[in-house]
Design a protein around this ligand. Structure first.
Ligand SMILES: Nc1ncnc2c1ncn2[C@@H]1O[C@H](COP(=O)(O)OP(=O)(O)O)[C@@H](O)[C@H]1O
Ligand SMILES: [Mg+2]
Length: 230
């Protein structure tokens, strides 16, 4: 097996709400090899989004160990976490966070410009073409539909060829055809460049396309199976 790109040992996440302490992740052990595709399934509220947030360094674990891309996340400060995300992790979450004053093309080119790449705009245009938005390059987010904005966000997440893609129900508000295109794009990237894909989904059929299926319930891992090992 390749070296793990994600290694969680006894990961816990508790948040304090007005009603008191809420245990959201209750001790998760999980090891994912570089290049693997893993579907995360589970009922609403089981902790899937929270798990991805911790792995992305957007939420701090309150217990256990979190190793991602060879870094111990508990030891990194906010700047180092942001740098890690920018260089190695592609995040496809449900809220897109596009920059409203930038066109679709500029939004996708931004992370590439940060990396000092001269072909930032060419590559951004090519990625927008991959997600079917070749006719929307100069549109601002407010001029795009929700589904189109999401596709811009996906193009941006893939732009830097991240080692790890974290996708939280990426086809949640896309229609059938566009949703399929996006999924095909994620899997093509995974296969072509050995990108690790961690994909939260409700869709059993989509989960079948992954090499491994992790089922969560109530902040725990309920089962963890390799494809074809039913
Ligand atoms: N900021 C928060 N404060 C308190 N509880 C939260 C917070 N965010 C999520 N939760 C709770 O954590 C649990 C897991 O949420 P989440 O990770 O979003 O689950 P899923 O993505 O599987 O639907 C839910 O019970 C949710 O209500
Ligand atoms: Mg969720």
């Amino acid at each position: 097996m390749n070296a793990p790109i994600i290694k969680l040992d006894g990961l816990k996440l508790a948040l304090h709400s007005r009603a008191g302490k809420v245990d959201i992740l209750r001790g998760i052990d999980l090891e994912i090899a570089q290049g693997q595709s893993v579907a995360v399934l589970g009922p609403s509220g089981s902790g899937k989004t929270s798990l991805l947030m911790v792995i992305a360094g957007l939420e701090r674990a309150t217990g256990g160990r979190v190793n991602v891309c060879a870094e111990n996340l508990t030891q990194l400060d906010e700047d180092a976490l942001a740098l890690l995300r920018g260089e190695k992790i592609g995040i496809v979450f449900q809220s897109f966070h596009l920059v409203p004053t930038m066109t679709a093309l500029e939004n996708v080119a931004l992370p590439l410009e940060f990396q000092g790449r001269r072909d930032a705009f060419e590559r951004a245009a090519s990625l927008l073409e991959d997600v079917g938005l070749q006719n929307r390059l100069q549109h601002f987010p407010a001029e795009l539909s929700g589904g189109e904005q999401q596709r811009v966000a996906i193009a941006r997440a893939l732009s830097t060829r991240p080692q790890l893609i974290l996708a939280d129900e990426p086809t949640g508000n896309l229609d059938g055809e566009t949703g399929r295109q996006i999924i095909d794009l994620l899997f093509a990237m995974h296969q072509r460049t050995n990108t690790t894909l961690l994909l939260v989904t409700h869709d059993e059929q989509l989960a079948q396309r992954c090499q491994r299926t992790v089922r969560m319930a109530d902040g725990h891992v309920l089962s963890d199976e390799l494809a074809g090992a039913a």
